[in-house]
Ligand binder design. Structure first.
Ligand SMILES: [Zn+2]
Length: 307
């Protein structure tokens, strides 16, 4: 049984007409998961993250800035060129981060083995002090910090296959040897970080894909570089920043994956969790901006998580 955390508040974060990171993304994912094949999903409403949970990875100035910046009705508040808040954004961001925390609690208590958080805004670009790249709070980092602080884990892995580098996650954990962060991403591309020589304290592993790369290059990168590092780390918990914008139809990037590649990487990560982490895996939605590609890819991911 796979647990699905989501919340209707995540549909109320609206960066505005024409913005790629739009509520229709989450609607498309949830509709795809309504299919009969996913009837066995254990659907749970995401709680809000607490200040204490957010403050493990964010500065108090950043947390107070986000919590205090909800614009009045029908207004927007622009944090940077492409990161915008609407009246529903604070609640959405709290539920998105809270989903990953609840999911960590659920898999570490043994209530379920794996969980997927269908939430937005995404998180992996948010740094300790700054919202950026559509991200307000760093959801997967909040989850990892919770696993360390509240559950006392010693080795938590974060696998990030979003097409963009998870610069925020890397920056938050680059001096934290209890967290291994691995990322496959297109380079050059936003946000510009993620070179292979960025290694943190030996706990950061970046793998780059050239524009135009496809399934063969993606699978070789994971099989030859990233998965061996993950296995050597022997994580007690596997966290996944699941972005689906490396799909060939995605408008924001130039990698040519198909939904079958997302099934493939998910199967590998599930096997890894089964080998080292008693099966414990928590995945959360990051990017993916073509609605049909996103829906099909997220469904393939969830299907593989349920296998
Ligand atoms: Zn992305």
């Amino acid at each position: 049984m796979l647990r699905l955390y989501t919340h209707s508040a995540c549909l109320q974060h609206d960066p505005g007409q024409g913005h790629a990171e739009r509520p229709a993304r989450l609607r498309a994912v949830l509709q795809a998961l309504d299919h009969d094949r996913h009837a066995a999903l254990d659907r749970v409403e995401a709680p809000r993250a607490t200040r204490e949970q957010l403050l493990r990875v964010h500065s108090s100035a950043h947390v107070e800035h986000i919590l205090g910046s909800a614009p009045p009705e029908d207004g927007t508040y622009r944090l940077d060129e492409d990161t915008v808040m609407s009246p529903g954004s604070v609640e959405a961001a709290l539920r998105a981060a809270g989903a990953t925390v609840a999911a960590v609690d659920a898999v570490l208590s043994g209530a379920v083995q794996r969980a997927f958080c269908a939430v937005r805004p995404p998180g992996h670009h948010a740094t300790r002090d700054q919202a950026m790249g559509f991200c307000l709070f760093n959801n997967i980092a909040v989850a990892a910090a919770h696993a360390l602080a509240a559950h006392g884990l010693k080795r938590v892995a974060i696998a990030d296959f979003d097409v963009h580098h998870g610069n925020g996650t890397q920056a938050i954990f680059e001096r934290e040897p209890r967290v291994l962060f691995l990322s496959s991403h297109e380079s050059p591309l936003y946000p510009g970080s993620g070179r292979e020589d960025e290694r943190g304290v030996g706990n950061i592993v970046n793998g780059t894909l050239s524009p135009g790369a496809g399934s063969d290059e993606f699978r070789a990168l994971w099989d030859d570089v990233l998965l061996p590092r993950l296995h050597a780390f022997k994580p007690q918990l596997v966290l996944v920043s699941a972005g689906f914008d490396a799909h060939r139809n995605d408008p924001l990037a130039n990698i040519r994956l198909g939904q079958e590649d997302y099934a493939w990487i998910t199967e590998r990560l599930v096997a890894l969790a089964n080998t080292h982490a008693e099966g414990r895996l928590v995945s959360t939605l990051e990017g993916g901006y073509d609605l049909a590609a996103l829906a099909a890819s997220a469904a393939a991911h969830v299907h593989s998580l349920m296998a």
